[in-house]
Structures are given as C-alpha cells and as structure tokens.
Design a protein around this ligand. Structure first.
Ligand code: ADP
Ligand code: MG
Length: 470
C-alpha cells in the first residue's frame, strides 16, 4: 500500500470531517444564502485515488459549482487535506429520477382535456384570479437576504419550465416575502406569456379542493384539472404535513407536470429536508430543482422598503422616523409595514405631524417586546469591542481617558436602548452611584451635539447592538 492509499484509507472514514472543515472555510468566504443553496445539499461520499466524490442533488449543481466555486473548493480542500484533490460529482437524483419514471409507468396516462371538465366546480379560469396584482418584481425591494431568490424567481418567470430551477422552492420565515415573490412570478407570466395557464394555490386550498373532490366523487376531474397547468405555484407547502392522501395526489400531479416540462414553484417556512410528516418521496422531488432561502432584511433594505411603501401611499416619512422604525422592527417585513400603517393612521386621525416622538410613543408596545432579547451585558460587550478595550475595564475603577469615555457612552446607550433605571445601570458598572450615570448621560448628549464623529460612532454602535440583539 503506497502512502497515498494509506492516507486515503485513514481519512476515508472521516471524509465527512474533511468536508465539514472545508465547508467551514468556504462559509467564511461566500454570502450565507449562497452557501446554504449550493453547499448545504452536498454530501461527501469518499476519497479515492486523489479524488473526493461529492454527491449533489442534480446536474445543474455541477455547472454552478464549477463555474463559480471550483477554485474555492480546491483551495479549501488543499488546506484541510494537505494534498491536492480532484473533485468528482455524483448526481443523486439520476437514480431517483429513474425510479420516478418507472413509478409513473404504472400510473394512468392522462389525456389533457382541451376544455376544463364540465360539472366540476373548480375551473381553470378561477386560479389566476387568486393572484394579487400588487405583488410584482418591480416593487419587491432587493437586499442581500433575498437577492438570490429574486433572481431565481425572475429566471423562472422568463422561461417557465425551461430552466433547471424546476421545481423552484423558496423557503424562509414568516413575513419575509415568499408569497410576494411567488405571486410576482404569476403576475409576470400572466403579463408576458398570456397563453400559459397559471395556478396559484396555497397548500390549504389544494387540500380543501381535493377533499371536496373526494366527497363529490370528482377526483379524476380534480387530477385532470391540476395536470393541465403550465405553471403550478403552491404556497406554504408545510401545511401538507400529515395529509397523506393529499400528498399522494400532489405527488402524482407533481410528476406529471414535471415530466411534461411544466413549471412548479413552491414555498415553505423551512427547508424541504426539515418538513415533518411529509413523505420522503415528495421531499426528494422538492429538491430536484433549486432550493433557495430568504433571509431577514438588513437595515438598508428595511429602510428602502419603508421608503417605497410611503412613496406608494403618497405620504412623507421623515428620515428619522423611517430609521427608528427600521432599527426597531427587524425580523418581519409584514410587521414593518404594519408599524408604518399604524403610524400613518395615527398621525392622520389625530391630525398631528409624524415625528420621532410620536413614533416612539405609538410603537412603544410593539418595540418593547422586541427589546426583550437585549441585555446590559450585550451592550457592554458591543461597546468594549467597538473601542477595543477589555470588557471588564468598563466595570473597573480605571480613570484612563479612553476607558472613561467608553464607559460613559456605554451607560448612555443602556439608558437609551434598554431604558434601564439609573440605579441598575450603576450597579452594572462596578456599583457606581446613580448620579455618575446621570452625569454620563448628560455629557454624552452634549458630545453628540458638539461632535459629529461621536454621534456617528454612537449610531454605528447602536446598529451593532441592534443586529446582535435579534
Ligand atoms: P411571507 O409569505 O414570506 O410570509 P409575504 O410575501 O406575505 O411574506 O410578505 C409580507 C409583506 O411584506 C407583504 O406585504 C410584502 O409585499 C412585503 N414584502 C416582503 N418582502 C418585500 C420586499 N423585498 N420588498 C417589498 N415588500 C416586501
Ligand atoms: Mg406567505
């Protein structure tokens, strides 16, 4: 056995750990959504004859990984493994797609009717009326967290069924724009490919219609109807959980449409792999195309969304109010919009001007809940790291100028952000008296008016704290 073989033998058992280490290097160098889209689905198989074999979900990954990440993968492997490795890809679903084709042979071959079936109360024309014309690509603000999902959605809209993004699965937390994006696809296709038959349904609608069809002995019609679409969009597929019969029907619909090159777009509140009580064969199909996520928006994106919404509504949103709302409502765009509407409504009903003070008082409760995750500790940590001083110096007796200033700014920020009592703040700084805290807050206020640099510093620290806090 030569030394290369020995090395391989030794490491093969932990090809997983080689790949994991490699991934942690890669993760540092590319944006989170790209990493999750392209690297999370990869499964390492073995190392053999100077090759590392990686299993990927479909052919499309090869193009993408080779085109963009081959150097990065190679260099990361080299630094982890200390030997150059060739990367060989194995496509996972070549096998399962083959099985799927065979499974389908035993299925009845559906003839697609030229006109929707008679006597069945779900008809084709009903579907795209579920599209809300408000949801378009034009008014979908792009940011780092949703850029990739938007690009994929747009690609699918331009060439439905003709890209490798089939199905396109978009997942992410509540209120992050999944429904907006999937409906934007529908609206785009309706406008640019008017002959295409579009269906937008929530998985709950699909289930309900299916149950009605069973009850009325119209399952065949139901199946035929769904298999007649050029684009099928199903929102919130997590609600298919535990609905065995519906899942089976959807499975066959999926297969038929996919085989005919029709486009399928799905959304979910979690990655397909983590869907509970959904059949394995469905989950595997969900991963045939492209699975991509939407992440919470960053501050700039939140500001842009608020500006766009207020412009649409034709109202003036003062910059400080806009920033205040964007800084404080961070994880859900629906809530962000909700807060804006609440503010505008309040200002208009009470016939007052929309000012920062008004915003603070109207959104007091909403924001108080958000602040729960912030702590004095966290503010101290952030300030210490910003000024590059050890955290315990903030609490110690040191009178060094930089430390004193950082300490005073920290006290000010705790008061401002957390609203803690002067006594509590004092206690968290080595038992200082409340008058010291009052003095600090007053001083920082003065600095901020007199010195724009300090004001900027404080703004930056605030953002850092805000980001760490949610
Ligand atoms: P989800 O389906 O992920 O729960 P929605 O698509 O219903 O979220 O989005 C919630 C609200 O936020 C909608 O009014 C939507 O128009 C808006 N929204 C979400 N993302 C964006 C964005 N990137 N730009 C503009 N508005 C957005
Ligand atoms: Mg939704």
């Amino acid at each position: 056995m030569n030394s290369l073989n020995m090395l391989e033998e030794a490491t093969n058992s932990d090809v997983k750990s080689v790949w994991e280490k490699c991934c942690s290097l890669i993760k540092e160098q590319i944006p989170g959504p790209s990493f999750r889209t392209w690297f999370n689905p990869i499964e390492p198989i073995k190392i053999e004859n100077g090759n590392i074999f990686l299993m990927i979900p479909n052919q499309f990954f090869i193009e993408w990984l080779d085109g963009r990440y081959s150097e990065l993968i190679k260099s990361s492997l080299l630094s982890v493994y200390n030997q150059e490795l060739n990367v060989s890809y194995v496509v996972k679903d070549q096998l399962s797609q083959q099985i799927a084709l065979e499974e389908n042979i035993s299925q009845p071959v559906y003839s697609i009717p030229k006109t929707p079936s008679q006597g069945y109360d779900v008809d084709l024309s009903k579907f795209d009326t579920f599209l809300n014309s408000r949801y378009t690509f034009d008014n979908f603000i792009e940011g780092n967290g949703n850029k990739f999902a938007k690009a994929a959605a747009l690609a699918v809209s331009e060439k439905p069924g003709k890209t490798s993004f089939n199905p396109l699965v978009i997942y992410g937390g509540a209120g992050l724009g999944k429904t907006h994006l999937i409906q934007a696809i529908g609206n785009y296709v309706r406008q640019h490919h008017p002959t295409k038959k579009i269906a937008y349904v929530t998985s709950e609608n699909f289930t309900n219609d299916f149950v009605i069809a069973i009850r009325n002995d119209k399952v065949q019609e139901f199946s035929r109807l769904y298999r007649n679409f050029d684009i099928l969009m199903v929102d919130d597929i997590q609600f298919f959980a535990d609905k065995g019969k519906t899942q089976e029907e959807f499975f066959h619909t999926f297969n038929t449409l996919h085989q005919m090159g029709k486009q399928i777009v799905l959304t979910s509140d979690r990655p397909p792999k983590e869907l509970k009580h959904v059949e394995e064969r469905l989950i595997s199909r969900f991963q045939w195309g492209l699975v991509t996520d939407i992440q919470p928006p960053d501050l700039e994106t939140r500001i842009a969304i608020l500006q766009k919404r207020s412009e649409e509504d034709g109202v003036y949103l003062p910059p400080d109010v806009c920033e205040f709302v964007a800084m404080n409502i961070t994880t859900n765009i629906r809530e962000l919009e909700g807060s804006l509407i609440k503010l505008l409504a309040y200002a208009s009903i009470s016939n007052t001007e929309l000012t920062l003070d008004l915003a603070k008082s109207v959104l007091k409760d909403t924001i108080a809940i958000k602040k729960k995750n912030l702590s004095i500790d966290m503010v101290q940590k952030t300030v210490a790291s910003y000024y590059n001083i050890p955290e315990d110096m903030l609490r110690a007796k040191t009178r060094k100028k930089e430390v004193v200033e950082a300490r005073q700014i920290c006290m000010y920020l705790i008061k401002e952000i957390l609203g803690s009592s002067l006594k509590t703040i004092g206690l968290h700084f080595g038992g200082r008296d409340h008058s010291t805290v009052i003095y600090a807050c007053k001083l920082v206020d003065e600095w901020m008016t007199a010195n724009p640099k300090i004001k900027d510093d404080i703004e930056i620290i605030k953002r850092k704290i805000e980001l760490a806090g949610y």
